[in-house]
Ligand binder design. Structure first.
Ligand code: GDP
Length: 447
């Protein structure tokens, strides 16, 4: 972090930058950027594949990997060396208040990428929802050899969640083809491809938004580098992109963001951490609207506390400002860490989002619902709630079909009233996922 002498004082003064103008200039010079979330069944090779991507794009060095290789061999886990790269992104960054989600950056001549990785062990689903709601697209990793056992459970649920948070594009990495019998079996690849395609189409993804990549994260074939012509994997190059090419081709076009940038600041906190002595507390997230610059005073909801922006990092670079669509770290002063939690909302001081105890949701029903206790997930936020009223079932246009139904059935669309215990900062139009007893029961939007 480069802090000038002024900004090391407790309060930083705003430079009064015209951020929309500066961003328009900067954007014209910048490479396209995208963030993706990595999903799929545990052990299907997500971390290894991402480790490979970081290694072969030069974001980490072979020396780093060798270091893990040695440690891994000592523990009889040699095959995990690449996966460990993913666990150690920012060594200098001392993990503070919460940490359940990681970002890794890599660049190619064509684009800048951010991997949003929810470590698989603890509390995966809420973390995945948090990561996915910041992502532009998903990479779904499927072990080609686990078609039967692995497919149905977690893979299916992750597909559903990716859809529920509004992701459109999916790259399916059909992985571990080196371990197929025979190795790199094209038949196996095609069979798995057909099965996963069906799952994705059934969940509402569009054919043109799905790409399939045959690969081996462990060996590295078809991740960044195409397989050698002499290898049994050579066939993949005839009809398939490498994972990296698929990523580059899936970057969503930069939409009309100038308008969103002029709206009031909103950023959900996905991570709270301590960045060092000069930096009492820092937060990370993706700005959903507006912009922020050094010296701005913002407010955090629901606590209502204020904080001063002391420094900003975007893609690990120190910046004077950040805008809607960017994933950034904001280094704060004038606030105590205890007032900052994952799921909280950072808002402009002039136009904060007010917390609500009751909201109406428009949902698509995936599991039968009664007036009952549920968990409501909005990005990284998840709060207990009660369905206090089944208001009505509606048709595709949102027009009433039946008033006050007693029960909501699978496949119905409905409006429900939900009550929280405390006040929750929700924005109209935001995507929500309703879960009950660990099962995703509905998804929809805040009305
Ligand atoms: P995750 O739980 O999905 O992140 O999976 P990991 O990346 O931790 O990998 C789980 C196991 O599968 C490890 O033993 C890896 O070495 C192994 N593995 C991962 N990718 C491949 C691959 O492409 N081929 C083979 N043969 N094994 C792999």
């Amino acid at each position: 972090l480069k802090l000038d002498s002024q900004s090391t004082q407790a309060t930083v003064r705003s430079k009064g930058l015209d951020v929309p103008k500066l961003w328009a200039e900067e954007k014209a010079k910048r490479k396209p950027a995208a963030a993706f979330v990595v999903i799929g069944h545990v052990d299907h090779g997500k971390s290894t594949l991402m480790g490979r991507l970081l290694l072969d794009t030069g974001a980490v060095t072979q020396r780093d990997v060798n270091k893990y290789q040695k440690q891994a061999a000592e523990m009889n886990k040699s095959s995990f060396a690449l996966a460990w790269v993913m666990d150690t992104g920012d060594e200098e960054r001392e993990r503070g208040v919460t940490f359940d989600f990681a970002q890794h950056h890599f660049s190619t001549p064509k684009a800048d990428f951010t991997i949003l990785d929810a470590p698989g062990h603890r509390d995966f689903v809420p973390n995945m929802i948090g990561g996915a709601s910041m992502a532009d697209m998903a990479v779904l990793v499927v072990d080609a050899n686990q078609l039967e056992s692995g497919m149905k459970g977690q893979t299916k649920e992750h597909i559903l969640l990716a859809k529920a948070v509004g992701l459109k594009k999916v790259i399916v990495a059909i992985n571990k083809l080196d371990a197929a019998n025979p190795a790199w079996s094209q038949d196996l690849f095609e069979q798995v491809q057909a099965d996963v395609r069906k799952l994705l189409l059934d969940s509402g993804f569009a054919e043109q938004d799905i790409k399939f990549v045959p690969c081996s994260g462990l060996g590295g074939a078809n991740v960044v580098n195409a397989p050698k012509a002499s290898s049994p994997a050579a066939w993949v190059s005839k009809a398939h992109f490498t994972l990296l090419q698929a990523l580059e081709r899936s970057i969503p076009p930069r939409s009309a963001d100038q308008e969103v940038i002029r709206q009031p600041l909103r950023m959900q906190i996905v991570d709270v951490f301590r960045g060092g002595v000069t930096n009492p507390v820092s937060i990370a997230g993706r700005i959903s609207s507006g912009s922020v610059q050094i010296g701005d005073i913002v407010t955090v909801r629901p606590s209502g506390e204020k904080a001063t922006i002391r420094a900003i990092d975007v893609l690990d670079e120190a910046k004077d400002y950040a805008v809607a669509g960017q994933i950034c770290s904001l280094h704060l002063s004038d606030i105590e860490a205890q007032h900052l939690r994952s799921g909280d909302l950072v808002c402009s001081l002039q136009h904060p989002v007010h917390g609500r105890r009751n909201v109406v949701l428009l949902i698509d029903v995936l599991e039968p619902l009664l007036p009952q206790p549920v968990d409501v997930h909005v990005g990284r936020l998840h709060v207990p709630a009660t369905i206090s009223q089944l208001v009505e079932t509606v048709d595709g246009k949102g027009e009433q079909l039946k008033r006050r139904p007693r029960l909501l059935k699978v496949g119905q669309r409905a409006r429900i009233k939900v009550s929280f215990e405390g006040s929750v900062p929700l924005v109209v139009g935001e995507r929500v996922i309703v879960r009950s007893a660990g099962v995703t029961a509905a998804h929809g939007i805040v009305e």
